[in-house]
Design a protein around this ligand. Structure first.
Ligand code: MIC
Ligand code: SF4
Length: 640
C-alpha cells in the first residue's frame, strides 16, 4: 500500500508505537525551537530535568513575542534566554531578528526533518516539507535533551488543490476556506497533507501561510510536498543543499480527503471572535474600520509586504484608520527596504513596527472601544488584541491593504488590475543576529534576574477527593481565555505566582480569589477546550491556584498534553453530564489512581445534585504514570 508524505516522515522517525490512527506513537525530533514567552519555562525545565546539553541536531531560542521592556521583568527574561542558549548549546536569535516561524523557515527548516516548537504555529515549516509540530515547553525541553515526542498517531487528510488562485485571492483565503468548512475543531488529531496540481502554483511563503494557520483547525500539523518550487526557494536562501524531494507514493492512501479548486475561491474574512467565523468579504464590506495591522507569522513575508507596498504606492491610508506593519524578519525588512517597498509603505502613512509578533499577541495596538480592526493575523479570540470590546477581523494582505485605503472593509477586487510582485532569486541571507553557542557551554553563567522564579512544585493527585466546580465554560475556550497574554501579562511568564492572578481574566475576574477561598477545585468546559496556543501557563497557573481536574466534552491537543505534563487530571464528560453541572457543585472523585491506570472511567458523584456519572481520562500507560507522579518533571526525577 502506497504511503503518503506524513506516514513516510513518521516512519523515518518512529521510536515507539504502531502507526494506527489514534494509537500513541513517539518520534525522534531533529530540530527544536522555543520563543521567549514559552522559552523561559522550557529552559528552566531543561535544567530541572538535569539535562546539560542540547542533543537534537539543532535548537534555536528565539526572542520575538515580548519586545517591550516596560520594567526589568522582560529584560531579565531576555538575558536568561541568551545565557541559557549559550550554556546548553542552542542558537540564540536576537530580538529584532524576526518572528520565530518566519526566521526558522528562512534559515533552518528543511524537507523531511521533524521540528518541535514551543509555539502552536510551528507548522509554518510545513511549507518546505518539515513535519513541524507545536507542543508545550516541557515536551520541547525533553526533545532538546534527545528524548522522543509522544503524540496520538494522526489521521492524514489529503487536501487536493486544483486550479490557480484568481486575481486578488491569496493563500490566506485557502486556509480560511478550510476553516469555514471544517471549523476550529475540525483538524484535531489530524495532519493536513497538501497535494494536487494546484501545489505547484504556490510559492513557499504562500504554502507556509496555509500550514501556519492550519493550527487554527486544531490540526497536529500541515505539510506540503517538497518539489522544484521548494528547491528554488531554498537555493534563494543559500541552503540548496538541504533540499530533498518529498512526494507521496503514486498509490498513497489517506484517511480523509478534501478538495479545493483554487480558481473558485474569493476573498474571505473571519468575523470577530473565532478564526472560523469566515464569510466572503463582500458580506461585511463597508464596515467602518479604525485600525489595520499587517504582519504576524501568517502574513509577513517579502511577497506579502511587497504586495502591500505595491497596492499602497502613490496612495495614503484613510485618515480615520491607524495602519501598522511588522515585517516577519530582519531579512524581509532589509529586502523591502533595499527594493524600495519600504518607501511606499512609509509614504502611504503606515506605522512601521519592529520585526516581531507585536499586535498579534497584544503587545501594543489595542483597538479603541468597540473599534473594528482588520488584521492579517491568525487568531481573533475576544480580548487577545488587548481590548475586550475590540472587533478583530482576520484577512489577507490584499483585503487589509484595500481596507486601509478606504477606512472600511473593502473587497480588494475594487482596486482594479491586480498587483504582481517578483520575488528576488537571491534573498539577503544574513545570520548576523543569530548567535551560535560555544562548543563548551559548561563555563557559561546563566543570568537569573529576580523575574526568573523557581518552577512550581506539584503534589500528586489524591486517590479520592472532593472539590467544587470553580467555573463552567462553554465550547471552544481558548488558552487566550484561560491565561491571557498581552503587554500587561507577558512580562510575568517566568513568574507563575504573579501570572496566576490573571487566570480567566477576561471571563471571570473573581476566578483566582474563588480558587483560593475554595481551596482549589475543578474546571468544567464544553468542546475543544484549550484551543489555540501552546502556552503551558494555561495549565501551570490553574495548577498553582489548586485546580486538580479539568472536565470537558473534548480537549484541544496541546492543552491536554500540557495538563498531563503538569499533573492535572484531564477528564471527558458526556454532553448530558456536562449540561447537568453547575459552578459551585461539590464533586467527589473516587478510586482515581486505579481507574486511570486501568483505563476505566473515573466515578464522579455530584454531592450537590445527588447524581453520579463517569468521566474517562483516556490516558495511555505512559501518560497515566506521568499524571500519577504529579507530572513529567516529577516523573523524570523519580525515574532518574
Ligand atoms: C500565540 O500565537 O498564541 C502565541 C503567543 O504565539 C502562543 C505561544 C505563547 O503563548 O507564548 C502559541 O501560539 O503557542
Ligand atoms: Fe507570534 Fe502571533 Fe505568530 Fe503567535 S501567532 S507566533 S503571537 S506572530
Amino acid at each position: 500500500m502506497g504511503r503518503n508524505i506524513v506516514r513516510k516522515m513518521i516512519a523515518a522517525h518512529l521510536v515507539s508505537g504502531e502507526m494506527t490512527a489514534g494509537g500513541e506513537v513517539s518520534v525522534r525530533i531533529d530540530q527544536a525551537l522555543t520563543q521567549d514567552a514559552t522559552g523561559t519555562m522550557a529552559y528552566l525545565q531543561f535544567e530541572a530535568m538535569g539535562l546539560d546539553r542540547v542533543r537534537c541536531e539543532l535548537a534555536v531560542s528565539y526572542v520575538d513575542h515580548n519586545m517591550l521592556q516596560t520594567g526589568f521583568e522582560n529584560a531579565d527574561d531576555h538575558q536568561f534566554l541568551q545565557s541559557t542558549a549559550a550554556r546548553f548549546g542552542a542558537c540564540f536569535s536576537r530580538p529584532g531578528n524576526g518572528i520565530c516561524h518566519q526566521v526558522h523557515l528562512e534559515r533552518f527548516a528543511a524537507p523531511g526533518k521533524t521540528l518541535l516548537g514551543s509555539d502552536s504555529h510551528t507548522p509554518t515549516a510545513g511549507g518546505v516539507g518539515s513535519l513541524a509540530i507545536g507542543a508545550g515547553g516541557l515536551d520541547v525541553a525533553v526533545a532538546m535533551g534527545g528524548g522522543p515526542f509522544y503524540m496520538a498517531m494522526p489521521k492524514v487528510v489529503r487536501v487536493e488543490l486544483t486550479g490557480r488562485l484568481g486575481p486578488w485571492v491569496s493563500a490566506k483565503d485557502v486556509i480560511m476556506e478550510l476553516l469555514r468548512r471544517l471549523t476550529v475543531k475540525g483538524g484535531v488529531d489530524r495532519v493536513f497533507e497538501y497535494g494536487g496540481p494546484g501545489v505547484a502554483t504556490l510559492s513557499v511563503p504562500e504554502r507556509s501561510t496555509i500550514t501556519n494557520m492550519g493550527a487554527e483547525l486544531g490540526a497536529t500539523t500541515s505539510v506540503f510536498p517538497s518539489d522544484g518550487v521548494t528547491r528554488a526557494w531554498l537555493v534563494s536562501q543559500k541552503r540548496g543543499e538541504v533540499w530533498a524531494e518529498l512526494m507521496p507514493d503514486d498509490d498513497a492512501t489517506y484517511d480523509e480527503r478534501v478538495e479545493i479548486d483554487l480558481s473558485t475561491l474569493q476573498p474571505l474574512i473571519a468575523r470577530p471572535g473565532s478564526p472560523d467565523n469566515v464569510v466572503p468579504v463582500r458580506e461585511v464590506e463597508g464596515t467602518r474600520t479604525v485600525q489595520v495591522n499587517i504582519g504576524s507569522c501568517t502574513n509577513s513575508s517579502y511577497r506579502d509586504l511587497a504586495s502591500l507596498a505595491t497596492i499602497l504606492r502613490g496612495r495614503t491610508v484613510h485618515p480615520n484608520c491607524s495602519v501598522t506593519v511588522s515585517p516577519g524578519s530582519k531579512q524581509v525588512m532589509t529586502m523591502i527596504a533595499r527594493d524600495g517597498f519600504m518607501t511606499d509603505i512609509v509614504a502611504a502613512g503606515v506605522r512601521v513596527l519592529e520585526s516581531g509578533c507585536g499586535p498579534c499577541i497584544g503587545m501594543g495596538q489595542a483597538p479603541p472601544t468597540d473599534g473594528v480592526s482588520v488584521r492579517t493575523f491568525n487568531r481573533n479570540f475576544q480580548g487577545r488584541c488587548g481590548s475586550e470590546t475590540g472587533q478583530v477581523y482576520l484577512a489577507s494582505v490584499e483585503v487589509a491593504a484595500a481596507t486601509a485605503i478606504y477606512g472600511e472593509i473593502t473587497d480588494p477586487r475594487k482596486l482594479g488590475e491586480p498587483v504582481t510582485v517578483d520575488i528576488p532569486a537571491e534573498a539577503l541571507a544574513d545570520d548576523g543576529m543569530i548567535i551560535e553557542p560555544p562548543a563548551d557551554g559548561s563555563l557559561v553563567e546563566v543570568i537569573r534576574g529576580p523575574n526568573i522564579k523557581p518552577l512550581p512544585v506539584k503534589q500528586p493527585i489524591p486517590d479520592t477527593f472532593s472539590m467544587r466546580v470553580l467555573l463552567k465554560t462553554g465550547d471552544n475556550i481558548s488558552t487566550d481565555h484561560i491565561m491571557p497574554a498581552g503587554a500587561k501579562v507577558l512580562p510575568l511568564r517566568s513568574n507563575i505566582p504573579a501570572i496566576s492572578e490573571y487566570v480567566f481574566y477576561g471571563v471571570d475576574q473573581e476566578f483566582p480569589n474563588r480558587a483560593r477561598e475554595w481551596g482549589g477545585g475543578v474546571i468544567v468546559g464544553g468542546q475543544n477546550y484549550g484551543q489555540g496556543s501552546s502556552r503551558e501557563h494555561a495549565a501551570l497557573a490553574p495548577m498553582h491556584l489548586g485546580v486538580v481536574a479539568v472536565m470537558v466534552e473534548s480537549f484541544a491537543r496541546i492543552h491536554r498534553a500540557n495538563l498531563i505534563n503538569f499533573g492535572i487530571l484531564p477528564l471527558t464528560v458526556a454532553e448530558g453530564d456536562y449540561a447537568a453541572l453547575d459552578q459551585g457543585d461539590e464533586l467527589e472523585f473516587t478510586d482515581v489512581h486505579a481507574s486511570v491506570r486501568e483505563q476505566r472511567p473515573v466515578k464522579v458523584r455530584n454531592k450537590t445534585k445527588g447524581t453520579e456519572f463517569e468521566a474517562p481520562a483516556g490516558l495511555s500507560e505512559r501518560q497515566a504514570t506521568i499524571l500519577l507522579a504529579g507530572g513529567l518533571l516529577n516523573y523524570t526525577r523519580d525515574s532518574a
